[in-house]
Design a protein around this ligand. Structure first.
Ligand code: ADP
Ligand code: MG
Length: 251
């Protein structure tokens, strides 16, 4: 098997007496969608934050693209190619779709507060923004106000903003949240193709999406990974059914 792009080893994190992450080890390989599921409060977002850099683990390590990033800032990890979409939208609603994509590309270049107007004439930034919009299928919407996009299109725009950095992998925390059935279907189709550009560690509540997309699924319960496997293995795992799917009769 190829080397993992992301490798989490023995991550532990306590909040007071609560072990939100308890010795978590997982990998993300090129080309795969690895879903992370578990009940509310299991510690999914806490784990994603430690991988992305917003939160420091008490112990354990995170390696990304061959480098130890455990003590690097979020910005440094992003520059190394760790792409991320957020549970809360970070888009500027009054700006156009293209402006948001350009701002994303600019932010990754590290000079976000400089001269907005000239930036919209910066050919390299514009090309990178337009390319990202094409990749998510939003090129015909570039002049739309972001507020006028559907919920699903905004999610796609968030991915486009992340794509301007040419990420080597994605972390996504509940990208389907708030989408209707049609929006979810479209996003599922989109993520399905995205995995070949950049593998995805996907936290998602929507089990239809998880079972449709994931090459592997890890189940987190009370801060611990209780099982990792493909969809069939996870469906059949008695511990998972008991702990997570809420079945009494799993034997
Ligand atoms: P999930 O994303 O799986 O729903 P979280 O990672 O958000 O779960 O939370 C895991 C547990 O850690 C919960 O019990 C939550 O209340 C607790 N928790 C998360 N962040 C903090 C924090 N900053 N301080 C104290 N407790 C926290
Ligand atoms: Mg969460």
């Amino acid at each position: 098997m190829t080397d993992p792009i992301l490798s989490v080893r023995g991550i532990t994190k306590s909040f007071g007496g609560l072990k939100a992450s308890n010795d978590i080890t997982l990998d993300l390989h090129p080309g795969e969608i690895h879903a992370l599921i578990g009940p509310n409060g299991a510690g999914k977002s806490t784990l994603i934050k430690q991988i992305a850099g917003g939160l420091s683990p008490d112990s354990g390590s995170v390696h990304f693209n061959g480098r130890d990033v455990t003590h690097m800032s979020t910005a440094a990890r992003a520059r190394l190619g760790m792409g991320r979409t957020f549970q809360i939208s970070s888009l500027a609603m009054d700006y156009t779709v293209l402006q948001n994509a350009v701002l994303g590309a600019l932010g990754h270049r590290g000079d976000i507060f400089r001269f907005f107007t000239p930036v919209m004439k910066d050919k390299a930034l514009l090309a990178s923004a337009q390319h990202a919009l094409e990749q998510v299928g939003l090129e015909d919407f570039s002049t739309f106000r972001t507020a006028d996009l559907s919920h699903g299109q905004r999610r796609q725009l968030e991915v486009a903003v992340a794509l301007t950095l040419e990420p080597k992998a994605f972390l996504m925390d509940e990208p389907m949240a708030g989408l209707g059935a049609e929006g979810s279907q479209r996003l599922i189709g989109f993520l399905d193709g995205l995995r070949h550009k950049a593998p995805i560690l996907l936290v998602e509540h929507d089990m239809d999406a998880v079972f449709a997309l994931a090459d592997r699924i890890s189940v987190l319960v009370y801060g611990e990974i209780v099982a990792t496997g493909n969809a069939d293995e996870i469906r059949a795992n008695p511990e998972v059914r008991r702990a997570y799917l809420g079945e009494e009769d799993a034997a």
